[in-house]
Design a protein around this ligand. Sequence first.
Ligand SMILES: [Zn+2]
Length: 118
Amino acid sequence: MGCPFCYEWLPKPTTIMTVFTGGGALGGNCTECGAFFVFEESGRLGGQATMDLQAMAADGDLDRALTLRPGIDCEIRKKHLNDGERGRNPTSPKVWALKMGPPVPKLKPKPRRVKDSG
Ligand SMILES: [Zn+2]
């Protein structure tokens, strides 16, 4: 299982209790880039995985976790555990990862399209 940020091998996950999910979440820290990660086996609970990541990033401070704004204060990425076409269905297990700090701008950003509604 590679890190969604740096693609290095992630360490064996442990149960993290300082999260929103009762009973804890299976996750840890990437030893290479320091990103927090959680495993989400059903593939359907991305929102919950995101919240748990924010709790981990806030050292278990759930109030502070709620103030983190993905895409502004931190960046969240997901990766399918089973790579390849067959693994990419909506219910395949995923790893979610969070890195603190604003998303790193890409080298050659595409011009933004202006949406009519939003
Ligand atoms: Zn990493």
